[in-house]
Design a protein around this ligand. Structure first.
Ligand code: SF4
Ligand code: SF4
Length: 168
């Protein structure tokens, strides 16, 4: 199970997440406190999006993606997703589907950017020179704080999901 969740190929991890959602989705959503945790995670994720928006990161990343060599959302990075993270996105109401079938970009990259509400840890590392050189230290600190808060919460919820699934 652990191998399939974390170490299978990208399409297999998506199939695994769909199967787990069908099998356990209702039970997971009914776990004590799960609704509040998901709402909190949603709010933290929106706060991070807001911080990124006020730093014009979306247009920065789009400009990168349009250059030769592309931006950070490469097909290689799609390997950083795992079935548990995809399941968590489904529980947050995201319709998780492959957006493309090429070997260049991450399959979760849609026309408006990343389609996942919560993302792999490496996708939250906003330390490229475009971002570091274009913002004051206090603004970068706000970004780091917002990203860390999402990461801590999503890790905590993923732990609960994993414990539930492995106990069945
Ligand atoms: S995070 Fe930085 S390097 Fe990556 S796509 Fe955005 S601007 Fe470009
Ligand atoms: S941010 Fe989203 S689209 Fe980009 S590599 Fe990560 S998961 Fe894929």
């Amino acid at each position: 199970m652990i191998k399939e969740l974390y170490f299978s190929a990208v399409p297999q991890k998506l199939s695994c997440a769909r199967r787990l959602y069908e099998q356990y989705g209702t039970d997971l959503l009914a776990l004590p406190g799960m609704g509040d945790k998901l709402h909190h995670l949603e709010a933290l994720s929106q706060a991070l999006q807001g911080q990124m928006a006020c730093m014009t990161m979306f247009s920065l990343c789009r400009a990168c993606a349009e250059k030769a060599g592309g931006g950070c959302c490469s097909a290689y990075m799609a390997n950083e997703t795992d079935a548990l993270l995809l399941l968590l996105n489904m529980l947050l109401g995201v319709e998780v589907t492959s957006q493309r079938n090429d070997s260049f970009e991450c399959c979760y990259l849609g026309p408006q950017g990343c389609t996942l509400r919560v993302k792999p840890i490496f996708c939250l590392n906003y330390n490229c020179h475009h971002i570091l050189t274009g913002n004051e230290a206090a603004v970068l600190k706000n970004l780091e704080t917002a990203a860390s808060a999402v990461l801590v919460m999503q890790t905590a919820v993923e732990k609960i999901l994993l414990e539930h699934i492995l106990s069945r």
